[in-house]
Design a protein around this ligand. Structure first.
Ligand code: GDP
Ligand code: MG
Length: 441
């Protein structure tokens, strides 16, 4: 998997702090290969890699996962964000009939998907649906839709031999209006490749029907051609979404990323089989994992998020073991209290903090006070934070000014820190945190 491959790139990096630009670039070469193998179109892969490189450089490597896994997490998060939202349904809350038009290359799955959507809308949503095929190019295309309509018990527009697509669309629209249909599904003619005559026809139909939804149906196996397809169709008609078909096959799903990048429109559904109920909402997380070639991305991501907190707590515990507690430690504690709403487990074990916590719980210390304390420590120099005894009266004035507080506030903060540091030393005499925990039983 990608994670294994990145392991090689990062072998040298283990134990070091932040991801360097050189390491990230090396890793991103592997990511790019993975994207191309998953059928992401080249320009899209390039652009994506550039964006993610910027995000990744300088990020700290979490101790509980490897740098390679960390990059996978960053890439995965960016992929999910780019693939867009889950459950983007159809926007058909318009004055009926809401027209839903499906466009795409021949064989992409338009007719099948028309029937799948009609089944979903008529069943789950109890809509009254009419389907019409505008495909006069392929022999028996209109009959194909009629057969599917019978199977799912959805009405299809009666076939009139020799009629052109624009005329069929007009007839379908007036039939839908007259007979009180909620939704009119228009299944358009297939294109072998992008063909101007058919594009003109599609645009004419779009002008007449003004669809609420114009969905581009794309085979998920579409590779480098995806950019062309998406660009051409979106130049001709205002697309509102994409449906990826054949996600039940071997496709790694790279077409999803290409489609999102080029059209900017949500991927609304995924076709997962030939049967008429084989249509699912699009799951960005699942598809991201598939593109990266790893099923365990989700658990990795969860583990990484947990480890951020664990690492903070462990680092702190290690320092407390040594009886050390400077203003940096206090600052970390304050941050943890903010994160945990004042209920930091570790904080609760420190006598001085216990008081602060109790005050917080009682509502006496609120988020604003914690932020003010943080601002004060932020206005101190590195040396002052490590050695608070350096903070003279003159320096206190500077800190107060820098943080928008008063010298009195600074004194309070230093006193609180002093109490806590003394408590730390006592804890150490008692045998460190472990000894203290055993006392607490
Ligand atoms: P059209 O030319 O765009 O109208 O494509 P069709 O709807 O006629 O579909 C072409 C073929 O693809 C048919 O055999 C369908 O059964 C099949 N097909 C469509 N969607 C899917 C899908 O999601 N999964 C699988 N496995 N086959 C599909
Ligand atoms: Mg068709």
């Amino acid at each position: 998997s990608l994670s294994d491959r990145l392991g090689g790139v990062f072998d040298r990096l283990r134990g070091r702090g932040a991801l360097t630009e050189a390491d990230v670039r090396a890793a991103m070469r592997e990511v790019r290969v993975a994207l191309l193998e998953a059928d992401v179109a080249l320009p899209v892969a390039r652009q994506f890699v550039d964006e993610v490189t910027e995000k990744a450089v300088g990020q700290n490597v979490l101790r509980s996962i490897t740098p390679g896994q960390q990059v996978v997490k960053i890439v995965n998060d960016a992929l999910v964000a780019m693939l867009g939202s889950e459950n983007a349904g159809l926007a058909i809350d318009v004055t009926p009939p809401a027209v839903v038009m499906l466009v795409g290359l021949q064989g992409s799955g338009k007719t099948t998907t028309t029937a799948k959507l009609a089944k979903l809308l008529s069943g789950r949503d109890r809509k009254k649906v009419l389907m019409a095929s505008l495909d006069v190019n392929r022999p028996a295309a209109q009959e194909q839709l009629a057969v599917l309509g019978t199977q799912i018990e959805v009405a299809t527009l009666p076939i009139v031999a020799g009629q052109q697509p624009v005329d069929i669309a007009r007839r379908a629209l007036s039939a839908a209006k007259l007979q009180g249909f909620d939704v009119l599904m228009l299944d358009t003619a297939g294109r072998l490749h992008v063909d101007q005559a058919l594009m003109d026809e599609m645009r004419a139909v779009s002008d007449i029907a003004s669809p609420a939804e114009t969905l581009l149906v794309v085979d998920s196996l579409t590779g480098q051609d995806a950019v062309n397809v998406a660009t051409n169709f979106s130049q001709q008609v205002p697309l509102t979404g994409v449906i990826l078909t054949r996600m039940d096959g071997d496709a790694r799903g790279g077409a999803a990323l290409s489609m999102r990048a080029v059209t900017g429109k949500p991927i609304k559904f995924a076709g997962v089989g030939e049967k008429l109920d084989a249509l699912e909402p699009f799951h960005p997380g699942r598809v991201a994992g598939r593109i990266l070639g790893m099923g365990d991305v989700v658990s990795l991501v969860e583990k990484a998020a947990q480890s951020i907190e664990t690492e903070d707590a462990e680092r702190m515990a290690a320092r407390l073991e040594k009886g050390k507690f400077d203003l940096n430690d206090l600052r970390a504690q304050l941050a943890q209290m903010r994160r945990m709403g004042g209920l930091g487990a570790l904080a609760g074990m420190i006598p001085g903090m216990k008081k602060a916590q109790a005050a917080m719980a009682a509502g006496a210390v609120d988020e604003k006070i914690l932020l003010r304390m943080d601002a004060m420590i932020g206005s101190m120099t590195v040396k002052e934070r490590a050695k608070p005894e350096l903070i003279s009266a003159k320096r206190k004035i500077r800190v107060a000014k820098g943080s928008g507080t008063t010298v009195q506030d600074v004194n309070k903060l230093l006193k609180m820190h002093q109490e806590m540091a003394t408590a730390m030393k006592r804890i150490k005499k008692m045998g460190g945190m472990k000894g203290m925990m055993s006392l607490l039983g």
